[in-house]
Design a protein around this ligand. Sequence first.
Ligand code: PEP
Ligand code: MG
Length: 913
Amino acid sequence: MAKKYVYFYGGGKKMTDGDRTMREILGGKGANLAEMCNADVPVPPGFTVSTEACAVYEDKGSYPKEMMQQVKVELAKLEKLEGKKLGDAKNPLLLSVRSGAAQSMPGMMDTVLNLGMTDKSVKGFAEATGNPRAAYDCYRRFIDMFGDVVMGPYSTLNHHHFEEALTKIKKKYKAKQDTDLTAEQLAELVDDYKAIYKKHVGKPFPQDPMKQLELSINAVFDSWQTERAVKYRILNKITGLIGTAVNVQTMVFGNMGDDCATGVAFTRDGSTGEAKPMGEYLVNAQGEDVVAGIRTPINLDEIVNEEDQGLVKAGKQLLKIMAKLEKHYKYPQDVEFTIQQGKLYMLQTRNAKRVGLAGVRWAVEMATGVDQMTGEKLPKLLNAKEALMTVQGSDLEQLLFPIFDAKAEAKQTPICSGLPAGPGAAVGAIVLNSDKAEQMKKKNPNQKLILVRHETSPEDVGGMGAAEGILTSTGGMTSHAAVVARGWGKCCICGAGDLKINEKKGTISVGGKTYKEGETISLNGSTGKVYVGEIPSESSPIVAALVEGNKAAKKHWIYKMYEVVSEWSDKFRKINVRTNADSPADSKNARAFGAEGIGLCRTEHMFFEGDRITDVRRFILADTDKERNAAIKKLLPHQRKDFVGIFKAMDGLPVTVRLLDPPLHEFLPHTEADMKKMAKELSVPLSKVQERVAELHEFNPMLGHRGCRLSITYPVLCEMQTRAIIEAAVKVQEKGTKVLPEIMIPLIGTKAELDYLEKIVRRVADEIIKTKKSKVKYMVGTMIEIPRAALTADQVAETAEFFSFGTNDLTQMTFGYSRDDIGSFLPDYLEEKILETDPFQQIDESGVGQLVEMAVQKGRSTRPKLKCGICGEHGGEPNSVKFCVRTGLDYVSCSPYRVPIARLAAAQAALEG
Ligand code: PEP
Ligand code: MG
């Protein structure tokens, strides 16, 4: 039997082929359309061409043979169900053709509406509906979309050519809005559009509807690989998809009069998280008008006040269906709907996008059934486990973002305001062009920018990604800018209507004042207010409560929600979460965020503090052991003090301290002026400093004299650090605080390296403990950062009591990509799909991960109780944390602010099983 590429939906459960579980094949939209049909929600029927057909098209450059045949069969079924025929001269069926991948990519893919309009069928449509105006409106829209989307890539044609003609005819007939044009005027416009089409494409507009359909399916498939789609997938880390599905659906019309409307709605607010439906609609319009921000849409709350009772009734039904869908999907939904002459149709439903705050609020409210702000009762849709699975690490991350200092903001007068489309505070320099924003950010990654546009389109995603915040002068809460920004959790203000933008002059004007590109503005994405200049921002209530000791913040509802999620995370997770911290202050913060120990204390950072660097430099310049020992001796009390502070802060939790790791040249100055300064401070000739700097120069310092190699050359380093750690431990323990030091030897490749240093560590440590008659227990272990160490982990574990995977270096050495220089080629690799993600952010499971798995297994084969953890950057990245859980690590360790995210990911991994 031929492979099935086309799936019917509509006509109830009996006729519908798919369901929500089939999103990989049907795409999110197709799967949900089928699911709605199964649940008897009114959906215009149609069929979905599968992502598998797209994959074949991508691969071979043409459809699978059977596909068009199957399309014809399903089309015939559709025609029968609807009692209409495509291209019919009397009662024509019109179709929409839309993309829909397994993961949503809002606005990224192309859509064609009103397909099937021809010179013949437009008349039939006018007759059958008794509405010639709608007929010609649909025809002109179809020529526009078909011309732009389907033929645009192969000709000089684009939407603006049609826009110009529309503006011209509106002027000619003094029509204010496009809805003021009569049927005859629209028929005239259709002729203009056809002429424009022919001029740019070189052929007349196609009058065979099957040809129109085939070309449109092609166009959707082609749009999968457009630059903007590829960029969107990279920015949103969408990987592993085979292509887009194509949804062919019976058209319903929101533009057939004042009893018609079209709109989009959310079952809950995606910005504030409030459990109240929100949405927007336009009367007498087609779907794309709402998203494109062409007319300012009406708030969904107003639908019950419409004069037309058909609209009122359909509006009420819509709210009921939205509640039903939310309950069915157990998640807030984002729906598209059309009301045709008082009859409601649902065109789409999907899990709604939201900012981090809303994501957390939704989860907590769906599980507790209590509005977190007001205490009101809400429906309980999920249990704690299910709710926790809906929270993303980035949601929690966003909750830690700063907001404007309320007092400082109150003193400022906004220059204008718009819709609060994406919350948080953003400050940056005005930039009016997306390419420019992208280039500026590339040149200077620290540059803070605010992208200001009339409205954004998919072409702007690069610039939007580069900006701290986005400000648009038109468009609503569901415009492109709003939807994309919310998906990213980015600060965004839309529809600031008073704003005049002059891209050519590089200015924006409002209230009689003009501001130039480069001037700083501040956006409050939670209120929609725009200010000139920089407003100081204020910590999130969570940071205020946990880090800044602000007691009042602990009563803040956002903080309380954070507590609920944290409790859930800790209840379900099975592995520990530690932190990478080098100072008592960081340790304290990390504990407040829930860290259960330090997984990596990088001691080199302590070497730079105050005037210690002078002694470090004395050590490096020393010619004799005597000089070296003298310099090192001076460092000892400082290091000991640091460790006392850290052990106290960690109050009985384990602390892994790594011996010095970076190459010594990192501690020396590199400019002539700084070398002179150093020579003066150390009372040595400049030439001596210069000579030592030259001596320490390495062609490849990352593979040079660093890590354990330093202590092998200079055992006093290892001795001093061990002494500082153990003496501090003894001291703190004497005062009643339990201490669990774990001394970690970095960058070993052979067991012999570890053995050599382990002996020194134990000699020094045991002697102190014995002399002081202390009960301090310590461990000696190593980092696994070099592939050879992983390959010989069984031998290494004979000596090492613990392994900590330094996956930054392990990734560097496994791939052979310099961790500091990957930026020069990574974008090309991602774009060409040579790499799916940045391996320094998300662990490369099949390569680096394989080494980790192997090292854990081999290590535990010789030391069954070997403690294993990870301390590379991956320890705070949710997918990598999940990998660590699956691999059987005992803990992950990450920077303090990522601890809540790691706790969440660890719990999710445990729940995923
Ligand atoms: C590592 O290599 O993963 C690591 C944690 O050490 P560092 O980043 O300090 O090299
Ligand atoms: Mg390292």
